[in-house]
Design a protein. Structure first.
Length: 690
């Protein structure tokens, strides 16, 4: 078949090979471009049907399509589906026996295969790319292409080398195999990076379909200890299952899964479990035996389950791309599904902790770089000679390698790379921090959640429509968040605000608050939020410089609708009022007299007394004191500089199981967690018998 094939022939293949009656939105245009031999980048959300966009063209073009995929589970899943459709498929990855791989190569060389799936690292095996190049490929598909970009959230160093192998793999210069790059999660920056790194030739870019009409997004502020209970109560309702809960750490995944398993068949899934267990969990979830999985980010890439009703984030995600992809696993059958994002101030500190861990100081990289030379030296040798800790050393070396400052060969020997790694590294670390800023802006925003996400992915035209079902568009329909009608007094305040704003183009929020003589900032903010949601005002972040310092403020202005508001205008304004009663843990009536946020934060200081310690906590406190004394002595500082008594007691009470929980404790900031976290957690993990 050629590029001029008519519609019917293509539809014929669609029906006879795949059994689909029709193309989904955008699939046909993409297929035609690929069949015509164009390079293309396809950015469509998970479940949109990207695979067809390389599979159908591959069949139409004839010969073998090479498919590069980052995960064995993904490969196996795709290969099984294609095989079931009667296609001839081979795959080569580390999970298979050597004999099987050899046989697949023979089959490939004979021209028996329509699809060959490989993992990117396979290309580093000497002779393998040459073997592939013996035949002209029909097409090269790169699945999850965002993995190539260091800006992408799943960056894989092995993907980075694809660019250097592609010219050889594409073959004939007059009619090279087209490169089809597919991803669900590329922001405009990542899109540009993919195109450049893969050396795509005049690529067509298709970016479509980020709006999910059946996902109702809810964002709720909830302290870390409250979350497990709320999640259990949410998922006790079978209409909200099956569900995926995303945790921020393995430990959190374990503890949430444990709590949930008393309510529904649930299990944890994370990279710390062995492959067999993970496989079992994935299959049980797929089969409906498990109704909830509590996972870290590692879960879901290979999941193809259409009826997921709920996705919960039990902590702030690191990027909006990751977040979007994860909530995108809900409701693929088109039925209404809800997603909940739980966050609190403590999540920010956790995130800073992880950021510092994942992006070590440049000084660490400098140290490792300085130890490298022209002569290859074994990693272990360098590691033990370094005054960095083992993990610190490995992290620094990994970053150096990614940014070209070190070269590691197959035998584990390292040589010095180029000196220019620093710029790339710091840019990347900064980019990561900015990505998280965007998440923070997302949770604190008062704009339609879906519209914000769509805009984030670069579909500006589509971002002007509000979804109508998120907690911002439809506060009354929110499940976890509770909203109440404004009181008469609040309605009067709103009127005063409107009257103050009417004659001006904008007022600074602080000025407005002062003019109205409102002493409580949180109540004032709650009203502003309610007015934004109702479309009466707009708030814009702005900054000015004073005494050499940049100060930020919020510009408040009336919208057209706001201009119309008179005292007699009926205004069903809804004010955010914590969490709905049904989900509030029993026996916490004090919640009704809602603590304003600032006050809640202040109680992090030393005013409120801590509950008495039980015997286990007492024993832990003793161990902590012991350790603290030794630490203080070693550093030559007073004990309180290591940990305040109060912080020590709080740790003993909370017995944190992971860095996230540790950071949730008052008095433990990123610096303390960095310095002592490991030791404290070790002490907390021991039982008193030890
Ligand atoms: P993506 O890679 O974009 O996440 P997939 O390619 O795995 O999505 O497709 C998701 C699901 O949609 C698969 O079950 C696939 O069989 C189905 N699908 C794809 N295209 C069509 C179509 N034109 N008609 C019906 N189902 C389709
Ligand atoms: Mg896919």
């Amino acid at each position: 078949m050629t590029a001029s094939s008519n519609t019917d022939a293509l539809h014929g293949l669609l029906q006879s090979v795949f059994g689909f009656a029709d193309f989904r939105a955008n699939q046909e245009a993409v297929c035609r471009a690929a069949i015509a031999g164009r390079d293309l980048l396809l950015v469509m959300p998970t479940g949109a049907g990207k695979s067809l966009c390389y599979q159908l063209p591959a069949i139409a073009r004839g010969g073998t399509a090479l498919v590069i995929s980052p995960l064995i589970s993904l490969m196996e899943d795709q290969a099984a589906k294609l095989t079931a459709r009667g296609l001839r498929v081979g795959r080569i990855h580390s999970g298979l026996e050597r004999g099987a791989a050899r046989e697949t190569c023979v089959g490939y060389l004979r021209g028996d295969l329509q699809f060959l799936f490989i993992a990117p690292e396979r290309l580093r095996v000497p002779g393998f790319p040459e073997m592939l190049a013996k035949r002209q490929l029909a097409l090269v598909a790169i699945d999850e292409a965002h993995c190539i970009s260091q800006w992408g959230h799943d960056f894989r160093p092995d993907y980075r080398m694809l660019g250097q192998y592609l010219p050889g793999l594409r073959g004939a210069s007059d009619a090279p195999a087209p490169v089809v790059a597919l991803t669900a999660t590329a922001t405009p920056t990542v899109q540009a990076d993919i195109v450049e790194q893969l050396g795509m030739v005049k690529p067509l870019q298709f970016i479509h379909g980020f709006r999910r009409k059946n996902l109702a997004i809810e964002v709720v502020e909830l302290s870390i200890p409250e979350r497990a209970g709320v999640i259990c109560r949410l998922l006790a309702d079978s209409a909200r299952r099956p569900a995926i809960v995303y945790a921020t750490s393995r430990k959190q995944a374990e503890s949430l899964a444990e709590a949930l398993s008393h309510v529904v068949p649930a299990a944890a899934y994370h990279a710390g479990l062995d492959a067999e267990t993970r496989d079992r969990v994935q299959r049980a979830f797929q089969a409906g035996e498990l109704e909830a999985v509590v996972a870290t980010i590692a879960f879901g890439m290979g999941i193809d389950k259409a009826d997921i009703r709920t996705v919960i984030h039990a902590g702030l995600p690191a990027t909006l791309e990751g977040y979007y992809q994860e909530i995108g696993r809900a409701g693929r059958d088109g039925a209404l599904s809800r997603t909940y994002l739980m966050h609190s101030y403590a999540d920010q500190r956790t995130h800073d902790f992880f950021l510092n861990r994942d992006y070590p100081p440049v000084a660490h990289l400098n140290k490792v770089f300085a130890a490298l030379g022209e002569e290859p030296r074994p990693v272990e040798e360098l590691r033990s000679a370094s005054d960095l800790g083992d993990e610190e050393f490995d992290k620094a070396l990994e970053k150096l390698e990614i940014h070209g400052g070190a070269r590691v060969d197959f035998g584990g020997n390292v040589t010095r790379g180029a000196a220019g790694w620093k710029k790339g590294y710091t840019t990347q670390a900064q980019y990561r921090a900015e990505q998280f800023e965007k998440v923070l802006r997302f949770v604190s925003s008062n704009e339609c959640r879906m519209a914000e996400l769509v805009r984030h992915f670069g579909d500006v035209a589509d971002a002007s429509h509000a979804c109508g079902i998120c907690d911002i568009c439809d506060p009354a329909g929110a499940v976890l968040r509770q909203f109440r009608r404004v009181t008469t007094a609040e309605r009067a305040t709103v009127q005063s605000m409107v009257d103050e704003l009417r004659p001006t183009s904008y007022l600074a929020a602080g000025t407005l608050q002062r003019r109205l003589e409102l002493s409580n900032r949180d109540e004032f903010d709650a009203l502003l939020d309610a007015m934004v949601r109702a479309g009466l005002i707009e708030i814009e972040e702005a900054e000015f410089e004073k005494d050499g310092e940049v100060r930020r403020y919020r510009k408040v202005s009336l919208t057209d609708a706001g201009l119309e508001v008179r005292p007699a205008t009926p205004l069903p304004l809804l004010v955010s009022d914590g969490i709905a009663d049904a989900f509030d843990a029993g026996g916490r009536p004090q919640r009704k007299q809602k603590k304003p946020k600032a006050a809640a934060r202040k109680s992090a200081n030393n005013e409120t007394p801590l509950p008495p310690l039980d015997s286990a906590a007492e024993a832990l406190a003793e161990r902590l004191k012991h350790w603290r004394a030794a630490e203080a002595k070693q550093r030559g500082v007073p004990a309180y500089m290591v940990l305040h008594d109060r912080t020590l007691q709080a740790v003993a009470l909370a017995r944190p199981a992971n860095p996230a929980q540790l950071l949730g404790i008052d008095g433990i900031g990123p610096a303390k967690a960095d310095r002592y976290g490991e030791e404290i957690l070790k002490l907390c993990g021991k039982t008193s018998a030890e």
